[in-house]
Design a protein around this ligand. Structure first.
Ligand code: PGA
Length: 250
């Protein structure tokens, strides 16, 4: 059984004092035993938010990492630093990092490995652009991103990974993939994992991301291969995030 997971991605929003106020508000969410909740917060807010959310069952995640333990990498943050700060989940290869910062599948693969090496959970983001979607290239793109992004992951380590399917055309646009569209790609992803890693594919959580909101979460969660959501904009406000976290399968 795969435990559903709702992850908020705050992106570059909320200064640390705002983040801490928001974390205090999040403590008012009901406790759910049947789903995991994560907030991926900006680096400067990690310690403060983590302190506030300790013992709430809400986990703290990071939005990026540099794949080296330490070194002369001005401005970067290592997996060791994240681990020590109490981070459990790390987003790797978000489409904004791919597009704005030119991150390649090879570099993202190193991040995924580094996160695993430090016993945290990578959330590997993949997804096609509008142009690729319209050209009918969705599956080719997804397959390449998976193949390369997971190239250092062998055998059972795949269990420790979360995949987030985020069609780029749906991110921050208000235009989400329909549950059926998402399900088709999620099924493809699970098949890929099964072909490459075997039956363990049944245990790997695959999240959907891209304009997830209170109005569409319940339908998305009804799909067999959608195990949760990576939520951007709607994770920044209590009402919308708590409603998404409290999804009900119809
Ligand atoms: P969105 O972002 O929910 O605002 O579309 C999702 C994401 O970028 O992870």
């Amino acid at each position: 059984m795969r435990k559903p997971l709702i992850a908020g991605n705050w992106k570059m929003y909320k200064v640390p004092s705002e983040a801490e106020l928001f974390a205090k508000e999040l403590k008012n969410m009901p406790a759910y035993g049947d789903r995991d909740i994560v907030v991926c917060v900006p680096f400067p807010a990690i310690s403060g938010v983590r302190r506030i959310l300790a013992e709430t069952g809400i986990f703290v995640g990071a939005q990026n990492v540099y794949p080296a333990k330490e070194g002369a990498y001005t401005g970067e943050v290592s997996p060791l630093m994240l681990k020590d700060a109490g981070v459990l989940f790390v987003i790797c290869g978000h489409s904004e990092r791919r597009q704005i910062f030119n991150e390649t599948d090879d570099f993202i693969a190193e991040k995924v490995k580094a996160v695993i090496d430090y016993e945290m959970t990578p959330v590997l983001c993949i997804g096609e652009t509008l142009k690729q979607n319209e050209a009918g290239e969705t599956f080719t793109v997804i397959e390449k991103q998976l193949k390369t992004g997971l190239r250092h992951i062998s055998g059972d380590a795949i269990r420790k990974i979360i995949i987030a399917y985020e069609p780029v055309w749906a991110i921050g646009t208000g235009k989400n993939a329909t549950p059926q569209q998402a399900q088709t790609v999620h099924r493809f992803i699970r098949k890929f994992i099964e072909q490459n890693y075997g039956q363990v594919a049944r245990d790997v959580r695959i999240l959907y991301g891209g304009s997830v909101k209170p109005e569409n979460i319940d339908d998305l969660m009804c799909e067999e291969d959608i195990d949760g959501a990576l939520v951007g904009g709607a994770s920044l406000r209590f009402e919308s995030f708590s409603r998404i976290v409290g999804f009900q399968k119809k």
